[in-house]
Ligand binder design. Structure first.
Ligand code: ZN
Length: 125
């Protein structure tokens, strides 16, 4: 799903983008000449691999995204929540992909391993 930077005005424009089992729902609004504010919720489910036992399991998404999209190079690195779309085309799919990839790159444990980690944790005390 691609949205032209220039099509976004100061009135929030709602969007909804489903990808596999996940869905990103939110709005885009112009913040300044080169900045668009994206506020959205990522929900649905994705498949994750447990880092401990390797089992694939379903993870229910519940992530709030509050991002600034810019159509020019952002020089200040004050905020990491800025995404550049230098060609002036906002690619919602890229945003969903990067969000899901960052969840996948975390240490994810299936319920069973998470529970047994808790038990081990308790035993140590
Ligand atoms: Zn596991």
């Amino acid at each position: 799903m691609k949205i032209l930077f220039d099509k976004i005005g100061s009135n929030a424009k709602a969007f909804e983008y489903p990808k596999d089992g996940a869905i990103l729902k939110g709005s885009l609004s112009k913040k300044s000449h080169h900045e668009i504010h994206l506020e959205a919720d990522l929900s649905g489910t994705i498949e994750l691999d447990c880092v401990r036992c390797g089992t694939s399991y379903l993870h229910r998404l519940d992530n709030h995204l509050d991002l600034i999209l810019s159509d020019k190079v952002v020089e200040t690195q004050e905020s990491l929540d800025i995404i550049e779309f230098l060609d002036g085309v906002i690619n919602i799919e890229d945003i969903v992909d990067s969000e899901i990839n960052s969840i996948k790159s975390e240490y994810n444990y299936c319920t069973q391993c998470a529970n047994s980690l808790d038990e081990n944790f308790e035993v140590e005390f």
